[in-house]
Design a protein around this ligand. Structure first.
Ligand SMILES: [Cu+2]
Length: 284
C-alpha cells in the first residue's frame, strides 16, 4: 500500500497540476473566444434585413419551446394523477369519447393557427419584402458578384474597374470576398460539381448553389468588419473546409481596394489559364 502511494502520489500531483493548467488554459481560451464573439445566441445581424430572420428565429424557438413544456405538463398530469398507488387502481382510457375528440380538435386547430399559419404569414412577408427582393440590375450602387462553388472552396468574381464580367480585370478570389458597406451585394451562383449552399451567418443569408443552375441571393451590410463565409450543404469529404472570410469595407476604403485589386488582376491575367476564365453575362 505504502509503495503504491509513493509511486502514485507524485504522478497524481503532476496529473492534477496538468489538468488544472489545461483547465485554466481552457477557461482563458473560452473567455477570449467569448470576448471575440461577445454574444449569446445569434448575435447582432450585420445586414439590413438580418433582424427579420433573427426575430423569426426567436419567435419560432419560443413558440416551440412553450409548446414543448405544455406537452410535457399535459403528459405528466395523467401519469401522476392516474397512477397505481395505495387505495387507487391505475386507470386509463383510449381518448375516444366525443369530449376527447372535441378537445383534440380544438388543440390541433389552435396549434395550427399559432405555430403554422401565423409563422407562415410572417415568414412569407419576410421572404417577399427582403430575401426575394433582389436589387434590380438597373439600381444604382449594386455590387455584383458571381460565385462558382466547387468541392471544396468558393470562387468569387467581381467585374472590376470596367464593370464587365469575363474581362481581364475581373477580381477573382478564393474563399475571401470583399464588399462595400451600405450597398446591395447581389450574387449569381452556380456549382462545378455538387450542391453547395452559400451561408453568410452574420448577414442572415443562405442560399443553395446548384450545378447547372443560376441561383440568386443578396444582402446589404449595415456595418464594416470581418464576417464568416460557410457552406451549409453537406457536400462531401472536406465540406468542413469550405469556409472563408467576408470583409465589409467602408465605401472609400472599398473604392481604393477595388481599384488596386482590379489593377493587380489585370497585371496577373493569363489568357492561357482557361481554368480561371469561368464567367457569364450578368443575368438581369
Ligand atoms: Cu460545399
Amino acid at each position: 500500500m505504502h509503495r503504491l502511494q509513493t509511486l502514485l502520489l507524485p504522478r497524481l500531483k503532476s496529473c492534477a497540476a496538468l489538468l488544472a493548467l489545461i483547465g485554466l488554459t481552457g477557461v482563458a481560451r473560452a473567455q477570449e473566444a467569448a470576448e471575440t464573439v461577445n454574444r449569446w445566441g445569434l448575435g447582432e445581424p450585420a445586414s439590413d434585413y438580418g433582424y427579420r430572420f433573427t426575430d423569426l428565429f426567436w419567435l419560432i424557438t419560443i413558440l416551440v419551446g412553450v409548446s414543448f413544456v405544455l406537452v410535457l405538463i399535459l403528459i405528466a398530469i395523467p401519469v401522476i394523477r392516474d397512477r397505481a398507488r395505495p387505495g387507487h387502481k391505475a386507470s386509463f382510457d383510449h381518448g375516444s369519447s366525443l369530449h376527447d375528440k372535441q378537445v383534440t380538435t380544438v388543440i390541433s386547430v389552435i396549434t395550427f393557427l399559432v405555430l403554422d399559419a401565423w409563422v407562415l404569414v410572417i415568414a412569407m412577408q419576410d421572404l417577399r419584402e427582403a430575401y426575394w427582393a433582389y436589387p434590380d440590375g438597373d439600381d444604382e450602387g449594386v455590387y455584383e458578384v458571381q460565385v462558382l462553388a466547387q468541392q471544396w472552396s468558393w470562387n468569387f468574381r467581381a467585374a472590376g474597374a470596367d464593370g464587365e464580367f469575363g474581362t481581364a480585370d475581373d477580381i477573382l478570389s478564393n474563399s475571401e470576398l470583399v464588399v462595400p458597406v451600405g450597398r446591395p451585394v447581389s450574387f449569381q451562383m452556380t456549382s462545378k460539381d455538387v450542391i453547395h449552399a452559400l451561408f453568410l451567418p452574420e448577414m442572415r443569408m443562405k442560399k443553395d448553389v446548384n450545378p447547372g443552375d443560376l441561383n440568386k441571393a443578396w444582402f446589404q451590410a449595415n456595418r464594416s468588419g470581418d464576417f464568416t463565409i460557410l457552406c451549409a450543404e453537406l457536400c462531401g469529404f472536406a465540406h468542413y473546409q469550405m469556409h472563408g472570410k467576408l470583409t465589409v469595407l467602408e465605401q472609400d476604403t472599398f473604392n481604393e481596394w477595388e481599384q488596386e485589386a482590379s489593377k493587380l488582376a489585370l497585371a496577373a491575367f493569363d489568357s492561357e489559364d482557361t481554368e480561371s476564365q469561368w464567367a457569364w453575362d450578368w443575368e438581369q
